[in-house]
Design a protein around this ligand. Structure first.
Ligand code: FAD
Ligand code: UDP
Length: 375
């Protein structure tokens, strides 16, 4: 007799949501995580009364009402709207690309003027693609220029993207940039989704709510005691790296990772915004996060005398580092497909989440996927 219905490897959002669902269905489960805490990449640590997003800024956004209602049934969310600022050589631009950005870039004030400007810049690029017999953008550079023109590409995209991914824009997949909206209204909301916010009291409350009443063991690496873990449950929910699960038999998948340099400052407001992106190549970090602005508004900012910021340095992943972003280029996708073929044959293992599906997943689609799984 197996002790548990499910062994859940990983207490991130995928594993925790699955555990919640399993418990509701009357199943027994054990969650293990190799980190010293639960929550995976959404884990926060309280410093100077501020919830610091230890693995990078996380803003929850979705248009899926079922997902929004689900997370709000666990913890109430605030009204935070992400509106990052880009700093290029000391000049500031609003993001995502909208009428404010176009005004700052070219001095244009109407949508018509902005469209004309962009169309003119796009036309040259599209023409040259046509001349080479290309109908669809083949890489991020072609996608970005055919979407928004050369000025914005050179100022706000090229440097940032090459820093973030450590690869030339011509070698990156086009889909990465499709995430960013382009708008001809004065609207700095980074996301198009209907619902957006941060859990009031921080993400740990979401994770603790999901894992309430569930047995969790941290500091336990599945691979250090694999046989034992496999013996105690009928099924395994695996949210770690899929290539590691299969002993890297086809080779290693590549990831990007981020190094966070945290600073505490003796002032109540360091940069006036939660997110400031540094889009030129010469600044070594990609962005600075000022965590208090996710949850403190108006006088709350001044009433909290200190502030915590994180500078994000993006680097190639190596053994021993945290694998954050799957590099979904052709080479890695082909490799992943080989592992996925093995995974499809498993009867007692479900692979889910960013690492196990090697997918550039946001939080809401992770929850959506779990809610759709049948137990
Ligand atoms: P994870 O959170 O990575 O959880 C996997 C867990 O498995 C980890 O805790 C890990 O320690 C554990 N584990 C792995 N291997 C083993 C093992 N061998 N044994 C035991 N445990 C193991 N999404 C948004 O919606 N909005 C955002 O603003 C946003 N910003 C992001 C910023 C950054 C820098 C990053 C990296 C991601 C961001 N995301 C954002 C995505 C979000 O983090 C993911 O969608 C979500 O965390 C995925 O959850 P997961 O459970 O799949 O993975
Ligand atoms: N991006 C950019 N300039 C910016 C912000 C983003 O060029 O100022 C590009 C970059 O290629 C990035 C992609 O847009 O990988 C998606 O950005 P997003 O902020 O959604 O990425 P995240 O860090 O949240 O995964």
């Amino acid at each position: 007799m197996k002790k548990y219905d499910y062994l859940i490897v990983g207490s991130g959002l995928f594993g925790s949501t699955f555990a919640y669902k399993a418990k509701q269905a009357g199943k027994s489960c054990l969650v293990i995580d190799k980190r010293k805490h639960r929550g995976g990449n959404i884990y926060c640590e309280e410093i100077e009364g501020i919830n610091v997003h230890k693995y990078g800024a996380h803003i929850f956004h979705t248009s899926n009402k079922e997902v929004w209602d689900f997370v709000n049934s666990i913890v109430e969310f605030n009204r935070y709207t992400n509106s990052p600022i880009a700093n290029y050589n000391g000049k500031l631009y609003n993001l995502p690309f909208n009428m404010n950005t176009f005004y700052q870039m070219w001095g244009v004030t109407t949508p018509q003027q902005a469209k004309e400007k962009i169309e003119k810049q796009k036309a040259a690029a599209i023409e040259s693609m046509k001349n080479s017999g290309i109908t669809e953008p083949r890489n991020l550079e072609e996608q970005a220029i055919s979407l928004i023109g050369t000025d914005i590409y050179e100022t706000l995209i090229k440097g940032y993207t090459e820093k973030q991914w450590g690869r030339k824009c011509t070698e990156l997949p086009a889909f990465i940039i499709k995430r960013l909206p382009v708008r001809f209204v004065y609207d700095n909301n980074y996301f198009n989704d209907k619902y957006q916010g941060i859990p009031i009291g921080g993400y740990n409350r979401l994770i603790n709510g999901l894992l309430d009443g569930i047995e969790v063991k941290t500091d336990e690496d599945f691979f250090k005691n694999r046989q034992y873990w496999e013996s105690i449950a009928k099924k395994i929910i695996f949210t770690g790296k899929i290539d590691e699960f299969y002993g890297y038999q086809f080779g290693k998948l590549e990831y990007r990772t981020v190094r966070f340099e945290e600073e505490i400052h003796d002032c109540s407001n360091y940069q006036g915004n939660a997110v400031v992106n540094y889009t030129e190549k010469e600044v070594p970090y990609t962005r600075i996060i000022e965590h208090k602005h996710f949850e403190m508004f108006g006088v709350e900012v001044d009433n909290c005398p200190k502030t915590v910021i994180s500078k994000e340095y993006s680097t190639e992943w190596k053994e021993g580092m945290e694998p954050y972003y799957p590099v979904n280029d052709e080479k890695n996708n082909l490799l992943y497909n080989k592992y996925q073929k093995l995974a499809e044959k498993e009867n007692n293992v479900i692979f889910g989440g960013r690492l196990a599906e090697y997918k550039y997943y946001d939080m809401a689609p992770v929850i959506e996927r779990v809610l759709k799984l049948s137990l």
